[in-house]
Design a protein around this ligand. Structure first.
Ligand code: NYM
Length: 212
């Protein structure tokens, strides 16, 4: 981005436990930004459309077994295979709303007992988000929401550990939003916070890399 930071898009990540409402709030945020005339796209990780993503999907649905480090590196590879497209979209002025990113990668794997620094290592050099919107919900409340879908990791005891691991990852780009509020209130808060960041990026905040 050196010398060319004018008018780039913002990298906005939504994070949270399973059933925290990320996916529906990501779509609402996309509609709000588009409605205001911004160029924006909704992305999600894992991106299950690639061949790496299909291996991840098979693992999550318990159709395959993989060593914990192996699946961690596949999640990471799934972000790396999208890095250059992500950078070119941002540079061309498109804001990306991303449903899960590196924080999910580190939180879910370290919740299994893997060392946090080991988990971060393959993520170093991925684009750093301008904003992480964390949909904060007690694990017990999330579990009550229509039950879990039956994928790997969708168990209350494990989600409690994930919540602790997420909390240890907070950095200055991180904003907590109470995910137990009415949907429209959450939507409004996310929109307000996101708009500040979209504007800041238009003015010229440089892109940076994780986890440095
Ligand atoms: N997940 C997601 C990880 O364990 N590591 C990662 O890097 C990412 C992006 O995959 N339980 C986990 C979190 C979820 C699961 O996500 C699939 P989703 O949003 O349900 O498709």
């Amino acid at each position: 981005m050196e010398g060319g930071n004018e008018s780039r898009g913002a990298l906005i990540v939504l994070e949270g436990l399973d059933r925290s409402g990320k996916t529906s709030q990501s779509s609402r945020l996309l509609s709000s930004l588009e409605g205001l005339g911004y160029s924006a796209e909704l992305w999600r990780f894992p991106d299950r459309t690639t061949s790496v993503g299909q291996m991840i999907s098979a693992y999550l649905s318990n159709e395959s077994q993989l060593d914990d480090r192996t699946i961690h590196l596949l999640f990471s590879a799934n972000r790396w295979e999208k890095r250059s497209l992500m950078e070119s979209k941002l540079k061309s002025g498109t804001t990306l709303i991303v449903d899960r990113y590196s924080y999910s990668g580190v939180a879910f794997s370290s919740a299994k007992g893997l060392d946090v620094e080991w988990c971060k290592a393959p993520e170093i050099g991925l684009l750093a988000p301008d904003l992480v919107l964390y949909l904060d919900i007690p694990p017990e409340k999330a579990a009550e929401r229509g039950g879990y879908g039956g994928e790997r990791y969708e168990r209350l005891e494990f989600q409690r550990k994930v919540a602790q691991c997420y909390h240890a990852l907070r950095d200055p780009s991180w904003k907590d939003v109470n995910a137990c509020q009415p949907i429209e209130d959450i939507e409004r808060q996310l929109r307000e916070i996101a708009l500040d960041h979209v504007t800041a990026c238009k003015i010229g905040r440089p892109l940076s890399n994780l986890w440095l």
